[in-house]
Design a protein around this ligand. Structure first.
Ligand code: NA7
Length: 544
C-alpha cells in the first residue's frame, strides 16, 4: 500500500450503519434489534465502564426499582424471560445490573459495545446523509443513523450551592456512587434531596450512620413498596402467564399490567373511597398512582382527597407532629412530582439519630469546609450526600454537541424547550432517532415497555427506508409543530405537569418550563405512532 493510500485508510472514519449512544436498557435493546434482526453494523458507545445505564450508575444505598421486576425487563425474547429468575418484587440495583449484564452476554452484545467512552459530538453531513460521531478519546466514526439511548435521567444535577468544593469530608452524588460503597458507621451524615433517591437512601443510611440529617426543600408523597421475595410458586405463576402480562403492559395507560379502576373518586361514598385507598396503600407500589381512581391525575378535587389520605398516613406514622407536618406535601397535587415508593421512609423519622431540616424556610447558604450553613444554623458532617437528581429529559442529549442539517445545533433548536416529532425525531436532524425522547411518554411509562416500543418503531422506519431505497429521513417542521402542540394540549388535561418537578424542568434554574413527557397515556400515544406508519409515514420526509 502506498503512503498516500495508507494515510487515507488511517484517517478515514470507520463506516457504520448506526451508532447507538448508551448501553442501558435502550442501548442493549437497540443493539440486539438492529444487529440481530436488521443485520446492521452497529457500534455502541457507553460512558460507564460497564453496561447497565441507570442501573450501572445509581448504586447508592437503597437503590431499588419502583416497578415490579417481572415486567421491568425485556419482553423481546421468550427464552430470556423464562430463564431469568427475579428474586422478588422490587429488585435492588445490583440484581438489575446483573440482569443487564446477563442480557449483554446472552446475546453476545459486548463485542459491539465500547465502554468508558463518552460521545462528545455528532455532526450530520448534508452531502453524504451520514453522521460523523466523535468520542472523548478522539475516535471518529461515520454512521448512517444516530440512535440516542442516553436515558431520561442520566445527566447528574449537582446543585449550584456556594462553596461546593470547600467541604473537607467525603461527598457523593447518588448517581455517581463509588462501586465499593461508602462506610457510614460512626459518621455524621448530611443528605440533601427528598426525591425518589433521597427517599430510598434515607432509611438505609440512617440504619448505619451515627447521625443522619435530611435537608428537605420540597416534601414528596411516597407509598410503601411492600417488597417481598418471590416463592418458587410465584415465579412459576409469572412465567406461565408471561405472554399475557407483557401484552397488558403494552395496552395499559402507564405500561403496567393493570389499569385504573373504572370509577371516579366522586362515584363512591366517603367510606368506600377510604376503603379503596386503604386497599391500594396496603397493596403498595405504583398501583396507588396508576391503578386507583380514574380521575386521580385529572381532577384536582379527586386528587386532593387522595393527597390528604397520604398526609393522614404520614401523621399516623411519624410520632413528632412537627416533623410529620413538615413531611406532608401541601403545595403540589399527588403525582405532579414523580411520586416515589419506599421501604420504611416515614418511620425512619422516628429514629433518635435522624433529623429533618426544612430548607424551604431556611435555605442552604453555603457548603463549608466542615458541613453546611443554612440561613439559620451551621451543621457539621463527616459525609455529605447529594440526592439532588438530574437535568432530566433533555440534559443527557444536550450535553452532547449535536449538529444537524445546515449546521443547526440541537441546543439552539431547543433553546425554548425540546421540540420533537413523537419524541423520536427532531426536524432538522435527519437520521437521528431519540429513544424515549422528550415529547414521548417515556418516564410516565414503565421504561422497558416504552423503550421496546420505540426500538421496534425505529426498526420498522429504517426497514421502510431501505425498502424504498432512501438514505435520509426526518420529521417535517410542520409535523413537529403539530406534535408539540398536541403534547402541550393533552398536558392541559392532566395534573402531571402542575408541580415544580423535573417533568417540567423546574428543578434546574433557568431551564424553560415545558411538560416534557407526553401525558396522553400509552394507548393514545401508540395509536398516534401507528397512524404515522399506516399513513406511509405522514409527517416524515425521505430522501436519497
Ligand atoms: P429528584 O426527584 O429530582 O429529587 C431531587 C431532590 O433534590 C428534590 O427533593 C429537590 O428538591 C432536591 N434539590 C435539588 N436541587 C436542590 C438544591 N439546589 N437545594 C436543595 N435541594 C435540592 O431526583 P431523584 O434522584 O430523587 O429522582 C430522580 C428520578 O430517578 C426519580 O423520580 C425516578 O424516576 C428515578 P425540589 O423537589 O426540587 O424542591
Amino acid at each position: 500500500m502506498s503512503d498516500a493510500a495508507k494515510n487515507l485508510t488511517e484517517t478515514e472514519p470507520r463506516q457504520l450503519d448506526a451508532v447507538v449512544i448508551g448501553a442501558g436498557f435502550a442501548g442493549l435493546c437497540s443493539l440486539y434489534k438492529f444487529r440481530e434482526i436488521l443485520g446492521m453494523d452497529v457500534q455502541v458507545y457507553e460512558t460507564g465502564d460497564g453496561v447497565g445505564g441507570t442501573w450501572y450508575w445509581n448504586r447508592y444505598p437503597g437503590a431499588r426499582c419502583d416497578s415490579e421486576s417481572f415486567y421491568y425487563c425485556f419482553s423481546f425474547d421468550d427464552d430470556l424471560a423464562q430463564e431469568w429468575e427475579w428474586s422478588g418484587k422490587y429488585p435492588e440495583q445490583p440484581e438489575i445490573e446483573r440482569y443487564l449484564n446477563h442480557v449483554a452476554d446472552r446475546f453476545d452484545l459486548r463485542r459491539d459495545i465500547q465502554l468508558s467512552t463518552r460521545v462528545t459530538s455528532a455532526r450530520f453531513d448534508d452531502a453524504t446523509h451520514r453522521w460523523e460521531v466523535r468520542t472523548e478519546h478522539g475516535d471518529c466514526v461515520s454512521a448512517q443513523f444516530l440512535i440516542t439511548a442516553v436515558g431520561c435521567l442520566s445527566a447528574t444535577n449537582f446543585p449550584d450551592i456556594q462553596g461546593l468544593e470547600s467541604f473537607q469530608g467525603e461527598s457523593f452524588h447518588t448517581s455517581r456512587w463509588p462501586k465499593g460503597g461508602v462506610d457510614f458507621r460512626g459518621k455524621r451524615v448530611g443528605l440533601i434531596g427528598t426525591g425518589s433517591t433521597g427517599i430510598q437512601a434515607t432509611p438505609v443510611i440512617a440504619a448505619e450512620a451515627d447521625q443522619l440529617t435530611v435537608f428537605q426543600r420540597t416534601p414528596n408523597f411516597t407509598i410503601p413498596a411492600r417488597h417481598a421475595a418471590f416463592a418458587p410458586a410465584d415465579q412459576a405463576e409469572i412465567k406461565k402467564n408471561y405472554a399475557e402480562i407483557f401484552q397488558r403492559t403494552r395496552e395499559s395507560p402507564a405500561g403496567f399490567p393493570y389499569f385504573p379502576i373504572e370509577r371516579s373518586t366522586h362515584d363512591v361514598s366517603a367510606e368506600e373511597r377510604e376503603e379503596i385507598l386503604e386497599g391500594l396503600w396496603e397493596e403498595g407500589g405504583f398501583k396507588f398512582l396508576w391503578g386507583g381512581f380514574s380521575d386521580l391525575l385529572i381532577d384536582p378535587a379527586a386528587n386532593e382527597l387522595a393527597s390528604e389520605f397520604v398526609r393522614n398516613k404520614i401523621r399516623e406514622i411519624v410520632k413528632d407532629p412537627e416533623t410529620a407536618e413538615l413531611l406532608c406535601p401541601k403545595c403540589h397535587p399527588y403525582g405532579s412530582k414523580r411520586p416515589p415508593i419506599d421501604t420504611d421512609y416515614y418511620v425512619t423519622f422516628n429514629r433518635d439519630n435522624v433529623n429533618l431540616v426544612d430548607i424551604k424556610s431556611a435555605p442552604i447558604e453555603e457548603i463549608t469546609s466542615t458541613g453546611l450553613r443554612t440561613t439559620e444554623t451551621e451543621y457539621e458532617f463527616d459525609v455529605l450526600v447529594y440526592a439532588t437528581g438530574f437535568d432530566a429529559m433533555t440534559g443527557s442529549l444536550l450535553r452532547i454537541d449535536i449538529e444537524g442539517a445546515g449546521g443547526l445545533r440541537l441546543a439552539d433548536a431547543w433553546a425554548d424547550g425540546p421540540r420533537t416529532f413523537l419524541g423520536i425525531q427532531v426536524a432538522g436532524f435527519p437520521n437521528l432517532f431519540t429513544i424515549t425522547g422528550p415529547g414521548s411518554p417515556s418516564v410516565l411509562i414503565n421504561m422497558p415497555v416504552a423503550i421496546e416500543h420505540h426500538v421496534d418503531w425505529i426498526a420498522d422506519c429504517i426497514t421502510h427506508m431501505k425498502e424504498a431505497g432512501k438514505t435520509r429521513v426526518e420529521a417535517t417542521p410542520s409535523a413537529q409543530d403539530s406534535w408539540v402542540e398536541h403534547v402541550a394540549e393533552v398536558s392541559e388535561y392532566s395534573l402531571l405537569g402542575t408541580g415544580n418537578s423535573w417533568y417540567v424542568g423546574a428543578n434546574i434554574p433557568g431551564k424553560p418550563r415545558v411538560v416534557s413527557p407526553y401525558t396522553g397515556g400509552q394507548p393514545l400515544y401508540r395509536e398516534r405512532c401507528e397512524a404515522v406508519v399506516n399513513s406511509g409515514y405522514e409527517g416524515m420526509e425521505f430522501g436519497a
